[in-house]
Design a protein around this ligand. Structure first.
Ligand code: GLU
Length: 304
């Protein structure tokens, strides 16, 4: 069976199932989304592309953006970034404070909030116009000038961002935040507020399926080794404390966000993005995970 047929069939099947997930409500603005939205976009290195359902509707990519901010920081500072954060799965929730105490302010990995906040601090220290530079970077990856931050979502998250404010100040107390915590948090909320559709998400992540090279404009974003390492981190840390289960059931590196998006990568082969806003108990898209599990099972095309 072709990818097209497999994707369309699984889409129809998963669309029908009862969605027992819940939309993330801790960021009030996220609740405004249509909870039945469901989109998929597949894009292979050979040039096969397929979009199904609501793949052209924009959504808040939230933590998926942490891969992009990490990529930009990694391209600027190289291996030096690992002096400021680790590469181990955390085994705790994405916004845990307790681990930071024992780890003396060095976050376990770049995909928990603490780690992404440190990456944000690195970007501020290295880019005079950091807000614009990050957006330019993302727009160049996707080739879409229309991609932007959502001021509404960033403001909505800031209003209730007590936990992230605590994390940032706590890390600062250990000396691992160099800039003003308020500036770091404002930029962190902006990064999380990026909006994309499934097609733009797949395009933006295609450099990670192509050994660090953006195939659309032939630009080297990361070295081959850096690209491998980011894929490894997505495999081990991309799904909060459901990362092991995602590797077990889906078998691809990937990253999820509380907006209900998931991007998954088969290095050397393809990128697939799925969006469905209702989340399971671990904070990952309920239908997104179900879809991807079926997709790699029926296509028999995962990295393992
Ligand atoms: N902006 C969200 C937060 O910091 C991101 C959470 C997520 O998508 O995991 O809480």
């Amino acid at each position: 069976m072709s990818f097209d047929t497999i994707i369309k069939e699984i889409y129809e099947e998963i669309k029908q199932i009862d969605n027992i997930g819940k939309i993330a409500s801790y960021i009030p603005e996220l609740l405004k989304v249509d909870s039945n939205s469901f989109g998929v976009y597949f894009s292979s290195n050979k040039g096969d592309n397929l979009g199904v359902g609501d793949y052209q509707d924009k959504f808040s990519i939230q933590s998926i953006a942490k891969v992009l901010s990490l990529s930009l920081a990694y391209s600027i500072k190289g291996e030096l970034i690992w002096e400021r954060l680790g590469v181990e799965p955390s085994g705790t929730s994405y916004n845990s404070l307790t681990q930071l105490e024992t780890d003396r302010g060095i976050p376990r990995n770049p995909f928990i909030n603490a780690g992404a906040i440190v990456i944000t601090d690195i970007l501020i220290s290295n880019l005079p116009e950091y807000r614009k530079s990050f957006l330019d970077f993302v727009q160049a990856l996707s080739g879409k000038k229309t991609i932007n931050y959502s001021e509404k979502i960033a403001a909505s998250e800031k209003e209730v961002g007590y936990r992230n404010i605590a994390l940032c100040n706590f890390i600062k107390s250990f000396g691992n935040i160099k800039n003003n915590p308020e500036d770091v948090l404002d930029f962190y909320f902006d990064i999380c507020s990026l909006e994309m559709n499934c097609e733009e998400l797949s395009t933006s992540f295609s450099f990670l399926a192509n050994q660090g090279i953006n195939p659309y404009n032939n630009t080297q974003i990361l070295t081959k080794s850096q690209s491998k390492r980011i894929n490894a981190l997505m495999q081990t840390c991309g799904f909060y404390d459901e990362s092991g289960e995602f590797a077990f059931k889906v078998g691809l590196p990937g990253k999820s966000g509380v907006g209900g998006g998931i991007v998954a990568i088969h290095p050397g082969e393809y990128v697939i993005s799925v969006w469905s806003p209702k989340l399971n108990k671990k904070g990952n898209s309920f239908k997104g995970i179900r879809f991807l599990e079926k997709f790699t099972t029926e296509s028999r095309f995962s990295i393992f």
